[in-house]
Design a protein around this ligand. Structure first.
Ligand code: B12
Ligand code: SF4
Length: 469
């Protein structure tokens, strides 16, 4: 019998939302593993893949008489989270204890003062603290309040995520499935648009042995394909090297994607061993084509020269690298925006081979980020935005409803126009078109896909798989 229901929220109510079904809700898989260790029997409902309404979730709770439900919510999903919270409170009254954790409350610590429908709030890591609170609730105690999650000192000490509670085969990225892994928690940097709970600046690492043990257990799941969700995979070089050496020694044919890598943390020795150990692709945040904006505003002290040199190092192997750019930084000029949009094509013209995909995203101010504070100070986001969002004053859809940040004097239309030009310049290069035609002729199943992409690029100015405009 289930005693704790863990619900991953979604920004689409009663239907499967775009863009969340790439990975399971790992935070909840981790929580469930810790709860189990203390004898509890959790169940996970992921609203990202289940089109459930309040009534559907209420039925699950009623059927098994579950006393405690915990919601995981990012800020993007907080309106729908509250729709569920209020609906369940109405149906079960005080007989149900409702908890909230995840990125929104971690960046809005007084949330429960405004929303007393929730009994328990947990800021930051939930593994230790929520397990203790759940034991107290199931023991019959009435627990209320916002608690700061105890930081796990060593990530090796917590159990592996309980993936058996979420059907891994239903999570796909570009048609492929990867066993999800997290080698680190936290990031020491402070990029202007990044939404981080204050305590997540402290980075914690799993040991190579611990990661390899989880990989061995997960080997059969997706034929040795693994996907890391780390934000800065190469942060501690000696760990990466030990991990790659372990993988090579294991000798299995594995293929993995390294999540995010910072371009100021590219060491040729590390890159060589990563390739040898089966790493084939990852993601880098270039953020802007303007060195001034990158250094002064974004907070990434990386020069254009360093970016080029890092890409050159990556080109030692045929990696596939996706570069991400953010459009619309405070004080950014039209010229600087144009520099960003044409930066990927410039890298290609300089002979960079490994850059295979480019993403331009409009800047979105998120609670916990410096951009959020700036946008509020400049009056671009109202002080009570979150409460209005919860009231659905900005609509149901996060992607079209949540405000973007446009620098003073630059219109939305101008940003979208430059973005479209940037994509065209990058993707409509003869070299790129020929490489796609070669691929399509070798495997005609790609032909239709490429035609769709081409039309989307011409009509909307972005890829069909892009979540945002
Ligand atoms: C993987 C990922 C995704 C995946 C989605 C995976 C999924 N199934 O949800 C994809 C690629 C689809 C994605 C998309 C987006 N993402 Co994203 N993503 C991440 C990433 C890299 C990892 C999440 C993760 O697994 N963390 C690891 C686990 C262990 O941590 P955790 O989830 O925080 O869980 C712990 C605690 O929070 C707590 N906890 C969590 N839930 C609960 C519940 C209860 C009851 C309790 C008590 C505790 C608790 O305990 C857990 C264990 O300690 C994070 C950054 C990061 N490193 O966390 C960004 C992050 C969550 N994403 C973010 C954003 C902005 C987005 C997008 C909006 C980007 C965009 N503009 O398109 C979209 C929209 C997604 C959405 N649904 O809202 C922001 C959210 C900021 C915010 N304030 O909400 C983050 C924090 C990145 C950032 N730093 O800005 N994302
Ligand atoms: S954008 Fe990446 S590097 Fe910058 S603070 Fe966020 S996680 Fe760290």
């Amino acid at each position: 019998m289930t005693d704790v229901l863990l619900v991953n929220s979604s920004f689409a109510y009663g239907k499967v939302g775009r863009g969340i079904q790439f990975y399971p809700p790992i935070g909840l898989n981790y929580l469930a593993a810790s709860l189990r260790l203390k004898g509890m029997t959790p169940k996970i409902v992921d609203l990202g893949i289940e089109p459930f309404t309040v009534e559907d979730v209420a039925e699950i709770i009623a059927k098994e008489n579950i006393p405690l439900v915990g919601f995981s919510s990012n800020s993007t999903q907080i309106h729908n989270t509250m729709r569920f919270v209020c609906g369940l409170r109405e149906r079960f009254g005080k007989n149900l204890t409702i908890a909230l954790g995840g990125f929104h409350i971690s960046n809005d610590p007084t949330f429960l003062e405004r929303y007393p429908q929730i009994d328990i709030g947990v800021i930051g890591d939930g593994d230790i603290t929520f397990t203790q609170l759940a034991q107290r609730v199931l023991g019959g105690e009435k627990v209320r309040g916002t608690f700061t999650g105890e930081m796990i000192p060593s990530l090796d000490d917590i159990p592996f995520p309980a993936y058996d509670l979420t059907p891994l085969e239903r999570y796909k990225q570009a048609g492929l499935q990867y066993y999800p892994l997290l080698g680190t928690r936290g990031c020491p940097f402070n990029c202007v648009f990044c939404s981080r709970a204050p305590m997540s600046r402290k980075v914690r690492f799993r040991s190579a042995e611990n990661l390899l043990e989880e990989m061995k257990r997960g080997y059969d799941v997706f034929e040795g394909r693994y996907g890391f969700l780390d934000e800065s995979f190469t942060l501690r070089e000696k760990n990466v090297i030990a991990f790659c050496e372990g993988l090579i020694k294991w000798g299995k044919p594995v293929r993995w994607t390294a999540g995010g890598i910072r371009l100021d943390q590219i060491n040729p020795d590390v890159i060589d061993i990563m390739w040898k150990a089966g790493c084939r692709d990852f993601f880098v945040g270039v953020e802007t084509g303007s060195e001034r904006v990158r250094k002064e505003i974004v907070g990434k002290r990386i020069s254009d020269k360093q970016i080029f040199e890092s890409f050159k190092i990556l080109d030692r192997h045929p990696f596939e690298v996706e570069a991400s750019f953010v459009l619309g930084h405070p004080t950014e000029t039209e010229e600087e925006l144009a520099q960003t949009c044409f930066f990927p094509a410039k890298l290609k013209s300089m002979g960079i081979k490994c850059l295979t995909q480019v993403g331009f995203k409009l800047a979105v101010p998120m609670p916990g980020s410096r951009l959020w504070t700036i946008a509020k100070r400049e009056g671009k986001i109202p002080e009570d935005f979150i409460d209005r969002y919860i009231n659905f004053e900005y609509g149901e859809d996060f992607f079209s409803g949540w405000p973007k940040y446009y620098p003073d004097g630059i219109s939305k239309e101008k940003v979208l126009e430059l973005k479209k030009k940037g994509y065209m310049k990058y993707y409509l290069r003869p070299g790129y078109i020929f490489s796609r035609i070669r691929r399509d002729l070798a495997n005609p199943k790609y032909l239709l896909e490429d035609l769709r992409e081409f039309i989307s690029m011409l009509r909307k100015g972005h890829s069909t798989v892009s979540l945002t405009e």
